[in-house]
Design a binder for this molecule. Structure first.
Ligand code: PEP
Ligand code: MN
Length: 333
């Protein structure tokens, strides 16, 4: 349920109303926009007398929200959310590019890639230290050492770092990480989401391989319900019957999410296609349809990458993608 307040509502009336609602056991999510102030009510609203509240002097209207996600809902929070990621704003009309290797492999590799992507225009650095691999025999990441090397690359370039967490017990290791990624395979690891909801770190929440947009928003809601509202959504393709690409990039999720949520929306064309030469056209398409940014895998030597080499761009290819994306941004304005 949302309560839309009148433009000229007095602060004292608002405080009285909030106290009344809190007494009913509800949590209030207040959203003050340029045009209106909205009180989003979270909890069991069945006992709330909507007619009574509508009749109050300070109240413009009361509406019930049908969707099961509240805090992530644009009806609760009409203005776009901007998430500060180590000084880089994500969302709200900005356009950020996260780039870097699938996995951190060595100091030379991560520092070289970090320098190259920064020079090309990336604004955040990615690199996996804990890798969710389909095979237990595949490279699993450098773990704590990988996080140490990412920090080093950050010191070298100033780029904030984005890296994936796979288990809540590792959280202490992520103290210096700017953005914690929840990978597709963990999108519905609800206990992990609850733990992340109690942190104040920006969370990049990837869409699950076989999840609907509503399930994805419910996962965002898990994090937000715990008190952490700094959630960024990242579409990375879903499983379909198509085998020509690694996944099927659901670009329509961008305009659909734009209506449903105020959270920033990024596109990862690397995992979506699985093929380096398909990354550029899909990055351009993602930009044209209004994404808030991109996540792209870049490796200094893709042929020898320990993970996801086939979809990784060289630094030169990445620089070309950034140039193209900037042109699209200009045209789409
Ligand atoms: C990744 O970003 O390296 C990754 C494993 O992505 P996803 O969870 O989307 O497969
Ligand atoms: Mn990868």
């Amino acid at each position: 349920m949302i309560v839309i307040l009148k433009h000229n509502a007095q602060q004292e009336q608002i405080e009285r109303l909030k106290a009344f609602l809190t007494n009913l056991g509800l949590r209030i999510d207040e959203s003050r926009g340029d045009h209106s102030t909205i009180l989003g009510l979270v909890g069991d609203t069945t006992r709330v007398d909507a007619d009574l509240i509508s009749s109050l002097e300070a109240v413009e209207a009361v509406r019930r929200i049908q969707e099961p996600y509240k805090k992530a809902n644009r009806k609760f929070h009409p203005e776009d959310t901007v998430v500060d990621c180590g000084g880089v704003p994500v969302g709200g009309g900005t356009f950020q590019i996260i780039a870097g290797p699938c996995s951190v492999e060595s100091e030379e590799q991560i520092v070289a890639v970090a320098r190259a992507v920064k020079a090309a225009g990336a604004t955040l650095l990615r690199g996996g230290a804990f890798k969710p691999r389909t095979s237990p025999y595949a490279f699993q990441g450098l773990h704590g050492d990988g996080l140490r090397l990412l920090k080093l690359a950050k010191q070298e370039t100033g780029l904030p770092i984005v890296t994936e967490i796979m288990d809540a017990s590792h959280l202490d290791l992520f103290a210096d990480v700017d953005v914690i990624q929840v990978g597709a395979r963990n999108m519905q690891n609800f206990e992990l989401l609850k733990v992340l909801g109690r942190t104040d770190k920006p969370i990049l929440l990837k869409r699950g391989l076989a999840n609907t947009i509503q399930e994805w928003l419910m996962s965002a809601e898990y994090i937000m319900a715990g008190g952490n509202e700094r959630v960024i959504l990242c579409e990375r393709g879903i499983r379909t019957y198509e085998t020509a690409t690694r996944n099927t990039l659901d670009l329509s999720s961008v305009p659909v999410l734009r209506e449903k949520t105020h959270l920033p929306i990024l596109i990862d064309p690397s995992h979506a296609t699985g093929v380096a030469r398909l990354v550029k056209p899909m990055a351009m398409a993602a930009t044209a349809c209004g994404a808030d940014g991109l996540m792209i895998e870049v490796h200094n030597n893709p042929k020898h990458a320990l993970c996801d080499g086939a979809q990784s761009l060289t630094p030169d290819e990445f620089a070309d993608v950034v140039r193209r994306v900037r042109i699209i941004r200009e045209v789409a304005k």
